[in-house]
Design a protein around this ligand. Sequence first.
Ligand SMILES: [Zn+2]
Length: 222
Amino acid sequence: MQKIIDGFLNFQQNVFPEHSELFQRLAKAQSPSALFVTCSDSRVVPELLTQQDPGDLFVIRNAGNIVPSYGPEPGGVSASVEYAVAVLKVSDIVICGHSDCGAIGAIATGQCLAHLPAVAHWLRYADSAKVVIDARQHATAQARMDALVRENVIAQLANIRTHPAVALALEQGRLNLHGWVYDIASGSIDALDGNSRHFVPLAANPQTCALETKGKRAPWGP
Ligand SMILES: [Zn+2]
């Protein structure tokens, strides 16, 4: 804990004064361009891997980068999605999974979660990804895991489209969706191409987005 407090002291004494203009501006309002949904994993740092400043990203983090589909009892994730899209009017939503994800690994290996009832309940929101992966052949356990990380991103993109604020923004053409998978070992990102439904390297395909761009809605959408 001392390391964390020392970090804060360094921030207050050195970093904050260097960026005082930015923080004074942010003290009055925020206008993030994107909603970034990712895992709570300590190795995934959205602002670091996208080189964004405070105020740039509205972030939701939880185990498995999950977005429950909208329903009669919306929870904290739903409230944050609604606020980001309806009030902050973000123009883009990124759902970012990652390699070696503990939550997805538990699903992929069929790990017993009886002693983790909250985790077991939460990961049910990835059931649609699991059944898709279970129906396919995988050469290795690692290949199955990698496929599930990607399919979970696709599943959560479908879930987020059930949120009224998101559905309306998509209908009005003022929102774009992105499905990413961050690889911790290489620092690379693969992005879902909405037209081919394949993940491609973002570095070589910077315009890639999860929405189909051929005049039709993405096949997994509502
Ligand atoms: Zn994770």
